[in-house]
Write a protein that binds this ligand. Structure first.
Ligand code: SF4
Length: 68
C-alpha cells in the first residue's frame, strides 16, 4: 500500500509525514504516543478539518460530539 495516499494528514511539511520517508506510519505513531496524542488521521475520519489539539482527551471529546 502506498502510505502517502493512505495518510489523510494535510501537513506534508512534517518530516514524519509518509510522503517524506519510507517508514510508513511508524514515526508518526511513535511521536504521537510519546506526546500523549492521537494521529490526525483519526480526527479527520470524524471531522475533516485542522484543529488545535490532538490529545487523547481532544479525541474523546470529538467522539462524543460526533455521537450527539
Ligand atoms: S498514523 Fe500518522 S502517518 Fe499514519 S495515516 Fe495516520 S496521520 Fe498519517
Amino acid at each position: 500500500m502506498d502510505m502517502s495516499q493512505f495518510c489523510t494528514c494535510k501537513d506534508r511539511a512534517c518530516p514524519l509525514h509518509p510522503t517524506n520517508h519510507d517508514k510508513g506510519c511508524t514515526p508518526c505513531i511513535a511521536k504521537n504516543r510519546k506526546q500523549g496524542e492521537i494521529p490526525s488521521c483519526f480526527f479527520r475520519q470524524l471531522r475533516d478539518e485542522s484543529r488545535e489539539g490532538y490529545t487523547f482527551r481532544d479525541f474523546a471529546e470529538l467522539v462524543l460530539e460526533s455521537e450527539s
